[in-house]
Design a protein around this ligand. Structure first.
Ligand code: FAD
Length: 307
């Protein structure tokens, strides 16, 4: 009997896309970030579980991303495996007043499916460019609503690939945060509970909210939405603007002239540029108002190592 060992590569077991040394700048809305050692995009739940097992066997650290719209990735990239939850886990099903959504589905698609089904409440999602999974982990929200207001239950996969169903009550949510940020769980699906609303009325609300965004946000430049959390009872944008922070610049990273809580990439900004601009803005606001701004964007990779 031939006892030659048979070794399987990731390509032999995964149906989804696999990329080596993949620039993370291609996967972040800021267009910033060095290479991921290995980036996989699972085609479904089994594929995701296989990727987790593979990373476990190879003792690789695992990093999860959605659409990369709230991320600052280090210029030196990310070690180990980055799992991008996207179109392979993006099914949407409507039943009565609920909508069950795969974590990789874009929020705009969720909002438009709800609109067509006459399900109200999710209009605020239409202008947020993330995925459902990223939105749950960040407890994304706008215009007085957050995703946790509508959550009924969540399905996650743990770091052993086990599927776990959770009721909304088992997760704690705060302003742009959730207990999932501290747990080794990957969100794969969630069910949201909506209410009945006229489809045309939903469409009109979505249009109005979009126009408001276009008028106030610098959508022509790569950005990651609001950089800082709003302190209680105030807005980070107002604090930055009144401290003289508008248009402050480090390299190609600039505080937007249109909205002071946005940092835009004028072309070749690096993560180091953005981080030093963040700390300049924090100093400015602290010196003027005595308030410490805390970042809302999530930082991935080793930020102190330069290219
Ligand atoms: C122009 C613009 C406007 C924005 N407006 C808003 C707004 O109005 N309100 C708002 O709240 N945000 C806003 N954002 C920020 C961002 O879109 C949201 O935070 C969004 O929910 C992030 O989703 P994502 O899929 O891009 O997640 P990513 O940025 O890829 O990841 C965010 C975090 O979630 C984790 N994560 C992602 N997917 C999963 C998953 N399936 N399982 C476990 N962990 C996961 C990541 O590890 C990371 O910690 C805006 C961003 C931009 C660029």
């Amino acid at each position: 009997m031939n006892k030659k060992a048979v070794s399987f590569g990731l390509e032999d077991i995964l149906a989804g896309k696999i990329r080596y040394n993949e620039p993370m700048s291609k996967h972040t809305s800021w267009r910033i970030g060095g290479p991921a050692e290995l980036l996989v995009e699972p085609q479904g739940l089994t594929d995701l579980q296989l990727a987790i097992h593979y990373a476990g066997i190879k003792k690789m650290p695992v990093t999860i991303i959605g659409n990369g719209t709230n991320l600052l990735v280090s210029d030196s990239g990310i070690k180990g495996m980055v799992i991008k939850i996207g179109s392979g886990l993006a099914g949407i099903k409507v039943k009565d007043f609920t909508i069950t959504v795969g974590a990789g589905a874009k929020l705009a698609r969720v909002a438009s499916t709800a609109q067509q089904a006459g399900l109200g409440g999710l209009e605020f999602m239409a202008g947020i460019p993330g995925t459902l999974g990223g939105a749950i982990v960040m407890n994304a929200g706008a215009n007085g609503s957050t995703i946790s207001d509508f959550l009924q239950d969540i399905i996650v996969v743990d770091d052993h690939g086990e599927v776990i169903s959770m009721k909304k009550e088992e997760v704690s949510f705060g302003y742009r945060t959730s207990s999932l940020q501290e747990l080794p769980f990957i969100v794969v699906e969630a069910t949201l509970k909506c209410f009945s609303r006229d489809s045309q009325e939903i469409k009109d609300r979505i249009k109005t909210l979009w126009e408001k965004r276009k008028a106030s946000q610098p959508l022509d430049y790569p950005n990651a939405g609001s950089v800082f959390r709003n302190p209680p009872g105030d807005s980070a944008g107002r604090l930055i603007e009144t401290a003289g922070g508008k248009a402050l610049r480090v390299g190609d990273a600039q505080v937007s002239e249109k909205h002071a809580n946005f940092i835009v990439n004028l072309g070749r900004a690096t993560a180091v540029d953005v981080l030093s601009l963040i700390s300049k803005v924090q100093d400015l606001v602290y010196n003027k108002h005595g308030i410490e701004l805390s970042p809302e964007v999530r930082v991935l990779g080793d930020v102190f190592r330069r290219r």
